[in-house]
Design a protein around this ligand. Structure first.
Ligand SMILES: *[C@@H]1O[C@H](CO)[C@@H](O)[C@H](O)[C@H]1NC(C)=O
Ligand SMILES: *[C@@H]1O[C@H](CO)[C@@H](O)[C@H](O)[C@H]1NC(C)=O
Ligand SMILES: *[C@@H]1O[C@H](CO)[C@@H](O)[C@H](O)[C@H]1NC(C)=O
Ligand SMILES: *[C@@H]1O[C@H](CO)[C@@H](O)[C@H](O)[C@H]1NC(C)=O
Ligand SMILES: *[C@@H]1O[C@H](CO)[C@@H](O)[C@H](O)[C@H]1NC(C)=O
Ligand SMILES: *[C@@H]1O[C@H](CO)[C@@H](O)[C@H](O)[C@H]1NC(C)=O
Length: 502
């Protein structure tokens, strides 16, 4: 989905502004009262009218005496009718560390490219070195082999040490963190010179940023949408991960198998397996297939296809709604043991560049934000076990990420220390959760809503990550009324989607 389409979804006579997450780099630029918009330094052809700006904000908000600045990269899609438009909406699309929405990836790349030569936080001199470290110290599925988790834990400590060695003289490392980004948002609001209030739509990690800014500046909230909601209690207090992220994943996969069988073999290849007439039978077949490749990995092109590859393609079905028919072909072929090389290439292509960005700022932000650390493997087991228990089908694939922040060397200079409870915002928040979201279950939206007085949760009855993954006229209409008039839907509103998977 391109920028203009996404912004078009709002169909508002308002300026849409995207605020990226960036590494914080000192600059000598003077603070500007206003934002100087101009052409972008990347190709915007076909992306609608887009303008860019580099805007200086304080590097260290906790040091009032410091004049050091950070250049923030902004992108905007001007309102179709500027004479009518008086207000801007700020966006944040989350990040690869939080399973960025696939369709927003090309956009996210733009947002992360950074203008004004912003240097992002990096643990390595170059991409090759990072790639080597990723291969040497991988985040392994807990089921890869008996000591895979222990290996991941030790590797994560090495990674932290390498990162520290590289950045021990980098004073910017301690400025990474969500609380400062929340303050950046308000600096942008100030510079816009509108009404001093924030209008914001945050997806995925962007929901953590949104909840944080709303908790820190409740009196300055106008319209705040949290979409594809992270449980931010967990984010800050459980080793930088939301241990509840997979709570809907198994339901999502089973529902997709039901839809697949209903669609039939012409439209869903998995429906062609003889004797597999129920979702439960298909699930059993796929689990047996994982086990088979686990025990007998196959050399296929440039990769080894093992049980993890089968599991990853299963996960693709719940993550990328537009790709379910393709994934179903590859899963059927893996069951039948044919075209394994194509399946491997497919998996590599869809997961390339998603797990890892071009630098380490997302890791730096989440690990610096989170409070706990763990010296021993036992220390991360509560989080690992919570994830394993939350999803029988997918828990083992990601539970090891609990190791990532265990020995992180930095703590954010400022962290939101509240508990997201009893927060009275100037205007109430609106939250969205998809019934079958792979990584941000609707229970998370309900959990976060409980902390913000008067806020309302809308459930979008569909698949994929955040509401943008499937079109829904109902959702679009609710967003429009909220942003333009402040109207909230009735609590318990369920929105149907206007599309099908097959
Ligand atoms: C990456 O950085 C390392 C360490 O500085 C260096 O030895 C290596 O040549 C670099 N590789 C590339 C491809 O630039
Ligand atoms: C489902 O298909 C697989 C692969 O062809 C087969 O081994 C299995 O027996 C089938 N399941 C049932 C219940 O027939
Ligand atoms: C296997 O791959 C070949 C080459 O891409 C393709 O022509 C063929 O249709 C595939 N077969 C199946 C069963 O997917
Ligand atoms: C929200 O989630 C946190 C973390 O799991 C939990 O401690 C808290 O009780 C939950 N709050 C509500 C209202 O469910
Ligand atoms: C949804 O919105 C589209 C575009 O505005 C419109 O063409 C379509 O009729 C609507 N569909 C339903 C089911 O309301
Ligand atoms: C919604 O569905 C209608 C048909 O029911 C279709 O005409 C329209 O284009 C769809 N809208 C979107 C936004 O997909």
């Amino acid at each position: 989905m391109v920028l203009s389409q996404l912004f078009g979804q709002l169909a508002l006579a308002a300026t849409a502004l995207a605020v990226p997450l960036v590494g914080r780099e000192a600059t000598t630029a003077n603070s500007a009262e206003t934002i100087a918009w101009g052409p972008c330094d990347f190709d915007t052809v076909g992306k609608g009218p887009i303008e860019c700006a580099a805007f200086p904000v304080p590097l260290d908000y906790t040091d009032a005496g410091s004049t050091k600045k950070l250049m923030l990269s902004l992108i905007k899609s001007p309102a179709p009718n500027p004479t009518k438009s008086k207000k801007s909406i700020l966006f944040n699309f989350g990040g690869p560390g939080y399973e960025a929405v696939h369709t927003l990836n090309s956009l996210a790349d733009r947002l992360h490219t950074g203008l004004g030569n912003t240097i992002r936080f990096s643990c390595f001199d170059n991409a090759t070195d990072r790639q080597v470290a990723t291969l040497q110290f991988p985040v392994l599925p807990t089921t890869a082999y008996e000591t895979a988790l222990a290996q991941t834990f030790a590797g994560a400590e090495v990674w932290s040490n390498l990162c520290y060695a590289k950045n021990k003289d980098n004073e910017n490392a301690k400025y990474l963190g969500t609380a400062f980004v929340a303050r950046d948002l308000m600096s942008v609001v100030d510079a816009l010179g509108e009404d001093g209030l924030l209008r914001y739509w945050g997806l995925s990690y962007g929901s953590t940023l949104g909840a944080t800014v709303a908790a820190m500046f409740p009196d300055r909230m106008d319209r705040i949408v949290l979409d594809g909601v992270v449980n931010s209690h967990n984010y800050y207090h459980r080793l930088g991960i939301d241990v509840d992220q997979l709570l809907s994943a198994d339901d999502a996969f089973r529902s997709i198998l039901d839809q697949c069988l209903a669609a039939g073999p012409e439209r869903c290849a998995l429906a062609s397996l003889k004797g597999n007439t129920t979702a439960a039978e298909l699930e059993a077949t796929l689990l047996a297939t994982i086990d088979r490749y686990h025990k007998n990995p196959v050399a296929a092109g440039a990769t080894v296809v093992d049980g993890n590859v089968v599991g990853q393609i299963m996960f693709i079905t719940i993550k990328y709604t537009g790709d379910v028919p393709n994934a179903a072909v590859h899963l059927r072929n893996l069951v039948n043991g044919v075209n394994i090389t194509e399946a491997a290439a497919y998996n590599t292509a869809l997961n390339a560049g998603i797990a890892q960005g071009n630098d380490d700022s997302f890791l730096g932000i989440k690990c610096s934000d989170t409070f706990p650390r763990a010296d021993t493997l036992e220390g991360i087991m509560p989080d690992v076990n919570a994830m394993l228990h939350s999803s029988k089908l997918f828990g083992a694939q990601i539970a090891s990420i609990a190791a990532q922040c265990a020995s992180w060397p930095w703590e954010a200079k400022e962290r939101y220390e509240g508990n997201f409870k009893g927060i009275k915002t100037k205007n109430p928040l609106l939250l969205f959760g998809n019934t079958y979201d792979p990584v941000t279950p609707v229970v998370n939206a309900k959990n976060m809503s409980a902390g913000f007085e008067g806020s309302v949760v809308v459930e979008q009855h569909g698949y994929g990550h955040a509401t943008v993954s499937q079109p829904s006229n109902c959702t679009t209409q609710i967003m429009q009324s909220y942003f333009t008039k402040g109207t909230l839907p009735k609590p318990g509103t369920l929105c149907e989607v206007n599309t099908s998977l097959f």
